[in-house]
Design a protein around this ligand. Structure first.
Ligand code: 4NP
Length: 158
């Protein structure tokens, strides 16, 4: 792998699912000794939480602690059109994110935008725990998606 693989996880608020995915993926690549081979970040499709300087939701932090996933201070960051060139894979949590991401980027000419769980055997959206309150479900969906994505990369499928 000559260059870093640059991953950007995207959800609506960037305080629940996409930062959880960022930290889960950082842990998985660290366990494989591949930290230096990846750049991993996350972003929101709406500006509200960045404007309010919102941090990681306490329920997302709780589940990461429970699962022994290390995390660092995080604040919501809004997805900007210039991010398209800065990342190789832009990984959405759900269908609404896909639509919003394509609108912000004005398309996806290089086929960088995917739903995270489309790399699994059961393609689907990750339900938003901000609304469902089910952070356990979101964690396991994210874990499954990150494992499947890494499997696809190492098998040369993407
Ligand atoms: P996320 O969840 O997209 O998984 O970060 C949400 C967080 C905040 C809001 C909506 C969803 N919100 O409306 O502030």
């Amino acid at each position: 792998m000559p260059q870093k693989i640059r991953l950007l996880f995207v959800c609506l608020g960037n305080i629940c699912r996409s930062p959880m995915a960022e930290f889960v993926m950082k842990q998985l690549v660290a366990e494989k000794g591949l930290t230096d081979k990846f750049e991993i970040a996350s972003a929101a499709t709406e500006k509200y939480n960045e404007l309010c300087h919102e941090g990681l939701d306490y329920r997302a932090a709780d589940i990461l602690r429970q699962m022994n996933v290390p995390f660092t201070p995080h604040f919501s960051h809004y997805l900007r059109p210039g991010d398209y060139a800065k990342f190789d894979y832009i990984l959405a949590m759900d269908d609404n994110n896909m639509g919003d991401i394509l609108a912000i980027f004005g398309g996806d000419k290089d086929h960088k935008v995917h739903r995270l769980l489309d790399f699994t055997d059961h393609p689907r959206s990750i339900r938003d725990p901000w609304y469902t309150g089910n952070f356990d479900e979101a964690y396991w969906d994210i874990y499954e998606g990150c494992q499947a994505f890494l499997g696809s990369i190492s098998n040369g499928h993407i």
